[in-house]
Ligand binder design. Structure first.
Ligand SMILES: [Zn+2]
Length: 179
């Protein structure tokens, strides 16, 4: 999973080629934000898949997150894990937009000042909870806020928002952040 995150210096067309190559492999692959927020042009992605949205919280953020009430997150890198059942491209593009109707817990986070969505790992062959477990077991991610994003959780994950404790494998996101 980690290898897909090291394309920070690639151009947009290289990114697209990479995404197209990965599309049929069923392995998780990283799609940088710059491919996800181009108006009217969506990258070739599966229609349905689980994904882990990589977020950079640049400074501590306090927000009202619907049913969870007021929550606070320290600065750092986070994954929000979700799944799209109809159109993954649109879902990810929505996560990239700051202005939107706040419907899910994550909407409060992605529209907060100082929070930037850097891209997403797309995992076509995994369930949402399975992806959470892999990020925890293989990459040392830990639940960030109890219950956050876990309304559809079927495996007692605790939260579908995870703090990245080992930043070494997301180092490329510094490059993404500059776009
Ligand atoms: Zn779960």
């Amino acid at each position: 999973m980690a290898s897909g995150t090291t394309v920070g210096s690639a151009t947009t067309s290289q990114d697209e080629t990479e995404v197209a190559k990965n599309l049929h492999s069923h392995r998780p692959f990283f799609v940088p934000a710059r491919l996800l927020c181009r108006p009217g042009k969506q990258p070739p992605l599966p229609r349905t898949a689980s994904y882990a949205l990589l977020l950079h919280v640049r400074r501590r953020v306090s927000m009202f997150a619907g049913s969870l009430g007021w929550v606070s997150l320290p600065s750092g890198y986070y994954f929000y894990v979700g799944s799209a059942r109809r159109c993954l491209s649109s879902r990810l593009a929505r996560h990239m937009r700051r202005q939107k109707k706040r419907h899910w817990h994550v909407d409060h986070l992605t529209s907060a000042p100082g929070v930037q969505a850097l891209g997403a790992i797309v995992a076509p062959a995994s369930g949402e909870c399975e992806l959470v477990q892999r990020l925890r077991d293989q990459h040392g991610c830990v639940p960030a806020i109890a219950g956050f994003g876990a309304s559809d959780c079927v495996r007692h994950c605790g939260a579908h928002l995870l703090l990245v404790t080992d930043k070494s494998w997301v180092i490329g996101d510094e490059a993404y952040a500059q776009h």
